[in-house]
Design a protein around this ligand. Sequence first.
Ligand code: NI
Length: 179
Amino acid sequence: MALRDIIILPDKRLRLVSKPVAKIDAATKRLVEDMFETMYAAPGIGLAAIQIGEPQRVVTMDLSKKKEDEKQPQVFINPEIVSKSDEKSVHEEGCLSIPEYYEEVERPAAVKVRYLDLAGKQHEVEATGLLATCIQHEIDHLNGVLFIDHLSKLKREFVIKKYTKQAKQAAKDAKSAAE
Ligand code: NI
């Protein structure tokens, strides 16, 4: 297993549309292991492969509440939303690629998701509550969509500007440290 770097806004790779996994093999298993290690270390409750720079339709998740609770790792390969409720709900969201920014997002309250597990077996789950929010957030990542895209244009532009400025400053600091 290896801890991987999480790419941060405004990294353009976050806008890529990830490719379906054609064959689940040893490389897929290694990718999933790296994703769990990176997600738990962050710490976060969900991660899409593109967040470590791999444009594949793979999501890891663990919604267990507290650190001392038993881990509940979940893997979703090629996840698809097959239906969504008309009813909406609002949850506060954050994202490891937009650190320390949280905002309320409205999404369908329930979704039915079809996906493959690591053994290649197909599953369907009726997601509600936190699982519904999280899986929609992660599937958005696979399509190059970020949770800030669900906010007003004003809020989104403010966030993009702020993180672009931070990235420029970090690059400048790294350059002067190397001099
Ligand atoms: Ni995210």
